[in-house]
Design a protein around this ligand. Structure first.
Ligand SMILES: NC(=O)c1ccc[n+]([C@@H]2O[C@H](COP(=O)([O-])OP(=O)(O)OC[C@H]3O[C@@H](n4cnc5c(N)ncnc54)[C@H](O)[C@@H]3O)[C@@H](O)[C@H]2O)c1
Length: 248
């Protein structure tokens, strides 16, 4: 895989950091796109310790024009883009009766429009090169709508379900040169953790068939498979990775 390049949005920490490190272990040079400079610098150092090159771009993935500039900077530095992981995203705890229009728009922009922004920016580069793989981070929430106690409610579910529709449609538009898939994690424990799991980890684990919460590394293995497996006959799909959450 040496010489190949991956962009990971939201790659400074959490699941995105896990994906970036796993792709680096598989020989990719990595471009991180994030809004957290200190965490980005830490992850860059970890990638370099693996022996790969890394760069960071401080950007809000919701900004359309910025995505084009970020992709241009990655091409200027590395000369190619083989993989895009649309991972950056953020929950929203508000229900339909209290959410503001601004908060709804922001949830859709950060989780869904961000995928449009980066796919539109990288597609010409991939189509002009050796093709590529795109993996976008949806959520189990897109299928289930979450539960009433979930930290992320309907606006997040709508954005994450939108990613699945976008994935199916763009697989048709961009194939056969670019393969694009979505990943739908269940509850994943990150370094920062989320308020749902902070105190309820052991209780939640009992309701998961594989008896534990997921880790960034669990998700990274699936993302790296979708980004690297050869031969490859998978596109337009959404893969659930949740240890089988049968009751949550
Ligand atoms: N952790 C879970 O249980 C879980 C479950 C299902 C889906 N997901 C999805 O996985 C992805 C990663 O989640 P995580 O749990 O690792 O979260 P996290 O908060 O630990 O990491 C998210 C990263 O994305 C970055 N980010 C957020 N908004 C951004 C923006 N507008 N522009 C640029 N960067 C931005 C953050 O700075 C951070 O580095 C998200 O899309 C999330 O919705 C997480």
């Amino acid at each position: 895989m040496s010489g190949k390049v991956a962009i990971v949005t939201g790659g400074a920490r959490g699941i995105g950091r896990g994906c970036a490190l796993e792709l680096a272990r598989r020989g990719f040079d990595i471009a991180l796109v994030d809004m957290l400079p200190a965490e980005t610098a830490r992850t860059i150092a970890e990638i370099e310790a693996i022996g790969r090159h890394a760069m960071g771009e401080e950007a809000d993935v919701a900004e359309h024009a910025r995505a084009k500039a970020v992709v241009a900077a990655v091409v200027a530095r590395f000369g190619r883009i083989d993989v895009l992981v649309n991972n950056a995203g953020r929950g929203n705890p508000s229900g339909i009766l209290e959410i503001t229009e601004e908060a709804f728009d922001r949830t859709i922009a950060v989780n869904l429009k961000s995928c449009f922004n980066y796919i539109q920016a990288v597609a010409p580069v991939m189509l002009a090169g050796d093709g590529g793989r795109i993996v976008s981070m949806s959520s189990l929430n897109a299928h289930t709508g979450g539960v009433t106690s979930a930290v992320s409610k309907f606006s997040y579910a709508a954005a994450k379900a939108g990613i699945i529709g976008m994935t199916r449609a763009l697989a048709k538009e961009l194939g056969p040169t670019i393969a694009i898939n979505a990943v739908c994690p269940g509850i994943i424990e990150t370094e920062v953790g989320n308020s749902l799991t902070k105190s309820r980890g052991p209780e939640l684990a009992k309701k998961i068939v594989l008896n534990r919460l997921g880790t960034p590394s669990d998700v990274a293995q699936l993302v790296a498979f979708l980004a690297t497996a050869e031969p490859f006959f998978i596109t337009g799909q959404a893969f659930t990775i949740d240890g089988f959450q049968w009751e949550i």
